[in-house]
Write a protein that binds this ligand. Structure first.
Ligand SMILES: [Zn+2]
Length: 183
């Protein structure tokens, strides 16, 4: 199975609110590709726009922890609410290579989503699962972890972000029109 290239900070698809999914056929192939990309980069979560796809879809695998035994696929997700205390935790991001930031988020999240069988679910998640869900939902809404830190803290990463953005723009220029996803 082939993996898809991860797109980085500076690519416009990462600033877009992703479209909801209506066609579920062939979705399993896309999801397989996404898992391959995520494992290749040693990530624990991946949103579809991180591989250049404008779709409300993300995957999470935290089976290396005690918390979850299964991998998760979330389709057409929407956060219905938060609860618990706000906690600070260091997050990395496959679209921001080399950066790790302390991000404050609510402890629990209530999520409405579809699974691959098109069934709707509503569940509350906590712990690392909640953290990962909130990170990926941010991606699907065009939000990065750098948008979740204070302006004064953001200044520290200004040069790093500019460099990343420049590299991404160069890469998009070179691979324009040959960067389409082919099933
Ligand atoms: Zn990320």
């Amino acid at each position: 199975m082939a993996s898809l290239d991860i797109v980085h900070y500076g690519d416009p698809i990462l600033r877009k609110k992703c479209d909801s999914i209506k066609k579920f056929d062939e979705l399993d192939i896309i999801i397989d590709h996404m898992f391959d990309s995520m494992y290749e980069q040693e990530g624990i979560g991946l949103a579809a726009n991180q591989v250049g796809l404008d779709m409300n879809l993300f995957i999470i695998d935290i089976t290396h922890t005690e918390e979850e035994e299964d991998t998760y696929i979330f389709i057409n997700s929407e956060i219905l609410g938060f609860s618990g205390q706000e906690t600070k935790y260091q997050e990395g991001c496959l679209s921001l290579p080399g950066m790790a930031l302390e991000v404050i988020r609510p402890e629990n999240v209530i999520l409405k989503y579809q699974t691959i069988d098109q069934k709707w679910h509503q569940n509350e998640f906590s712990g690392l699962m909640s953290r990962a869900i909130q990170h990926e939902i941010d991606h699907l809404n065009g939000v990065f972890i750098v948008d979740r830190i204070s302006e004064s803290e953001k200044i520290k990463y200004k040069n790093q972000l500019r460099l990343l953005e420049d590299n991404t723009k160069k890469k998009i220029g070179i691979s324009a029109n040959q960067n389409k996803f082919i099933l």
